[in-house]
Design a protein around this ligand. Structure first.
Ligand SMILES: Cc1cc2nc3c(=O)[nH]c(=O)nc-3n(C[C@H](O)[C@H](O)[C@H](O)COP(=O)(O)OP(=O)(O)OC[C@H]3O[C@@H](n4cnc5c(N)ncnc54)[C@H](O)[C@@H]3O)c2cc1C
Length: 280
């Protein structure tokens, strides 16, 4: 199938992109890597009248580490994160997740901003940003606002972004000597969207864990924090944490809810083993 006809505009700046979105009153869509958008156009799940290409906007991509925070521009491609020594050192959770995101050809074009804005509930990066207690910079007609990752994902493919907003960057605390991270997912083939996945971060001192954040993907409409298991892992054993899992995954084309629930426990044991190890 081919997409419905649409116009195309290359935005010269962030302001230009926001102006173009505003002029088309909810009928325009931003084009970043195109790896999800073009598929939805081809399947006619989406039929915008205008695509606003943000690929030429200066300053929208790049990775910086400053004042204990990692900042990533929205247009930064998956491959740049995968190959970055700054990400490997200061954002080990993102580094662990990257090889699981699709395939090299898709990672060459896909962007972090596109992945977070699209908000597929089975995607890796939304869960990572919540696990890292990250925040999003959103720019719209009335200026910039900052939204915590915990509040950004609102529902199925739904975020805090309004129709005329652009996600410009994301930020999260850089890893320190006490940072522990864990990541695991089960997919039918490597690179497919996960059946169930788990991204986690914590602070560790010897065997003791605190500030545990366990964020599942593929089990609900948004990334889902397993708060009772977070507490149980910090104060008790891995068995306690698995017992405390109170997810209610719905069935989808990949697996039934019961299978997902079982897999969530399997992943928790794998991720807990990663959290138990201090970084070398
Ligand atoms: C075969 C295949 C397998 C894949 N497997 C996985 C996988 O396993 N895990 C995974 O996470 N992803 C997977 N993806 C998706 C991939 O990661 C995409 O790159 C990503 O979801 C979208 O990024 P993009 O830059 O291509 O965005 P686009 O496709 O350009 O845009 C996606 C949506 O986000 C909006 N948008 C884009 N950028 C912004 C912005 N800065 N501000 C506001 N809105 C914006 C667009 O308007 C559009 O609605 C897969 C894709 C394909 C085709």
């Amino acid at each position: 199938m081919k997409p419905a006809p649409f116009a195309y505009a290359k935005a010269r700046s962030l302001d230009d992109a926001i102006r173009l979105l505003g002029e088309h009153k909810g009928e325009a869509k931003l084009l970043a890597g195109g790896q999800s958008l073009i598929a939805t156009l081809n399947m006619r799940l989406s039929h915008p009248s205008l695509l606003v290409d943000i690929n030429g906007i200066a300053g929208l991509s790049g990775i910086s580490v400053k004042d204990g925070m990692v900042e990533i521009g929205a247009l930064t491609r998956h491959v740049a994160l995968e190959r970055s020594s700054d990400i490997a050192k200061h954002a080990p959770l993102i580094a662990k997740a990257m090889p699981h995101i699709a395939h090299p050809a898709i990672r060459n074009r896909g962007t972090i901003g596109g992945s977070l804005s699209y908000a597929d509930p089975a995607a890796e990066l939304p869960a990572c940003l919540v696990a890292l207690d990250g925040e999003m910079d959103i720019v719209g007609a009335t200026g910039k606002r900052v939204v915590k990752a915990d509040d950004f994902f609102k529902g199925l493919f739904e975020t805090a972004l309004g129709a005329n907003d652009v996600l410009s960057a994301v930020r999260f605390p850089a890893a320190t000597a006490e940072t522990r991270v864990g990541f695991a997912e089960l997919a039918r083939r490597h690179g497919d969207y996960a059946i169930v996945g788990l991204a986690a971060s914590a602070k560790g001192s010897g065997k003791a864990l605190s500030d545990v954040r366990l964020v599942y993907f593929g089990v609900g409409e948004t990334p889902v924090r397993a708060r009772k298991s977070e507490d149980a892992l910090a104060t008790g054993s891995v068995d306690d944490a698995v017992k405390a899992l109170d997810l209610e995954p719905t069935s989808d084309i990949q697996a039934t809810g019961d299978v997902k629930k079982h897999l969530a426990g399997v992943l928790l044991r794998r991720v807990a083993a990663q959290l138990a190890e201090a970084r070398s």
